[in-house]
Design a protein around this ligand. Structure first.
Ligand code: GLN
Length: 547
């Protein structure tokens, strides 16, 4: 069975626990171990699928169709291990499982309580797939001391207690603030946070200290003494220039060493960090820069398009170029001419999204890219908008639109070139949806295969004619417009294997114009940039040279 590292946070939220967990995963891999990362979130939503990207950042979709926390994106980007449905759970899901069992009578008339019923449910979740890897890294969302988090903390305490000695360790991430008036680093918040943790029965084995400044030995010694943690296991996690520096930086500070020590693994296998050295080399020694406009809706919160931002960076790394992505609110183009806004850019990306707001602006952005020969990547809604634009402007369907917006408005205002999909094939099964189904459950979610037209641009980019990509959408381009659109120069170059669902459109007679119904950004890694992003950035580099 796997060894477990439980990762908790204290002092303040947003310290980058997900990133630290992901970096530790990468370091254990570098030492030859297999890992899986898991996230336990204390909120009561059953999953983040219905949470606003403004509030919660992007929803990360797994191959097996789970809508999960964006931290799972970090896990995948750092370890390359595809996350599963069972790698993310919330209090809402746990409670909903417990209540379902109670209704079914599974508890045989017992009184249902947080301990043991809720904690048992959490422990069962922790055990899933534990035989498959050497290390299971489990991150607890939120901060120690939060009311919502208590059942999770109690469950991991029990879990460690029940496992053979030495098979579980606790890593705690805190902040060491710097008071500029007195030029001092303050250790007290960390001391208090550890005290809080110990009060609920958890003694941390490793402390990871986030700080804007280097942490001198003296402070580390003090923290070690007051927190009852070995000095070698008090690790500084300084601010970094880029997130991808984390594995090498944390390794230099001794994180992986400390974790293996805590498990009494000695001598530890030597690390091979070549992958991360190459990643850093590409980031630090990039030549030139391209500017990409991302025309979207959730532009105020950086995390709302996390995977897209990362995939663009990876695309830059593949070309040894820096990518400067700039977010533009699509609604602006509903009032203003997009040309002065978009002319300075080497490429345009329209990402996924839900709802009508901003869509006319996205259509304008697609039109600008098509007419001006600017590289265009449309993702999900971005593909649908490109098709609607072509239908209106090239194929003469003047009132082309998506049923999504008509449903929202409760009226029929458009000719639905994009329609509500209610039935599709998954593997050997037919999946059916009704309009009134649960908000969380009505989408085509997860990995689906697409067949690419031999000789098309996308087949060349992928170097394959069968691909698998992740989906998250309800609406679909209507095939009845295919012939009309193809006559106008829009090629349907990727289809579902049964030929019923358009997966990719491209304009062969354009420097680079591709729309995809899926989310390629979810599968891009710094050490394996997604081919679509790599080629999109290559096209942007080419476009920048033409100016
Ligand atoms: N709202 C669109 C749909 O449901 C697109 C979804 C997306 O961009 N992820 O089909």
């Amino acid at each position: 069975m796997a060894r477990y590292v439980f990762i908790t946070g204290g002092v303040v939220s947003s310290l980058g626990k997900g990133l630290a967990s992901a970096a530790l995963g990468a370091l254990l891999q570098a030492r030859g171990y297999t890992v899986r990362l898991r996230k336990l979130d204390p909120y009561l939503n059953v999953d983040p699928g219905t949470m606003s990207p403004f509030e919660h950042g992007e929803v990360f979709v797994t191959d097996d169709g789970a809508e999960t926390d964006l931290d799972l994106g970090h896990y995948e980007r750092f370890t390359g291990v595809a996350a599963r449905k069972t790698d993310s759970v919330s209090s809402g899901r746990i409670y909903s499982n417990v209540l379902e069992k109670e209704r079914r009578g599974d508890y045989l008339g017992k009184t249902i309580q947080v301990i043991p019923h809720v904690t048992n449910e959490i422990k069962d979740f922790l055990k899933i797939g534990a035989d498959e890897v050497d290390f299971m890294l489990c991150e607890i969302g939120g901060t120690v001391g939060d009311i919502e988090g208590l059942p999770f903390f109690e469950a991991i305490r029990q879990f460690a207690q029940e496992r053979p000695r030495g098979e579980c360790i606790f890593m705690h991430l805190t902040l060491v603030p710097y008071i500029s008036a007195s030029h001092e680093l303050k250790t007290k918040p960390t001391q208090h946070s550890v005290k809080e943790l110990r009060a609920i029965g958890i003694a941390p084995d490793v402390l990871l200290l986030r700080s804007e400044h280097p942490i001198p030995d003296k402070e580390r010694e003090k923290i070690a003494l007051f927190c009852n943690v070995r000095k070698d296991a008090v690790i500084a996690a300084p601010d970094l220039k880029t997130i991808y520096e984390a594995p090498l930086a944390y390794h230099r500070e001794g994180l992986d060493r400390a974790v293996l020590d805590a498990f009494h693994i000695s001598p530890a296998p030597r690390p091979n960090l070549a992958r991360w050295e190459d990643v850093m080399d590409r980031l630090e020694n990039a030549e030139g820069e391209v500017r990409v406009a991302v025309v979207g809706k959730y532009t105020q919160l950086e995390d709302a398009y996390k995977s897209i931002a990362e995939a663009l960076t990876h695309g830059g790394m593949a070309n040894r170029t820096r990518v400067k992505a700039e977010w533009i609110d699509a609604e602006i183009f509903e009032r203003e001419d997009p040309a002065p806004w978009l002319e300075p850019f080497d490429a345009i990306l329209v990402p996924g999204g839900f709802g009508e707001r901003g869509t006319e602006g996205k259509i304008k952005a697609a039109q600008f890219a098509r007419e001006k020969g600017v590289p265009y990547l449309g993702i999900c809604l971005g593909m649908q908008m490109a098709v609607i634009e072509a239908a209106r402007d090239l194929a003469g369907v003047k009132d082309a639109g998506s049923e999504e917006f008509d449903h929202e408005a409760g009226a029929k205002r458009f000719t639905p070139v994009v329609y509500h999909l209610k039935e599709w094939i998954q593997g050997n099964h037919v999946v059916e949806r009704k309009v009134g189904d649960d908000k969380g459950g009505t989408m085509r979610l997860g990995a689906y295969t697409a067949s690419l037209t031999p000789g098309s641009r996308v087949a060349g980019i992928y170097g394959a004619t069968t691909i698998e990509e992740r989906h998250r959408h309800r609406y679909e381009v209507d095939l009845r417009y295919r012939d009309k659109l193809e006559t106008c120069g829009l090629m349907f170059s990727g289809m579902s294997p049964d030929g019923r669902l358009p997966e990719i459109v491209e304009i062969p007679d354009h420097p680079w114009f591709i729309g995809v119904q899926f989310h390629p950004e979810l599968k891009s890694k710094p050490f394996a940039p997604h081919p679509l992003f790599a080629d999109f950035v290559r096209a942007a580099v080419e476009a920048s040279r033409l100016v």
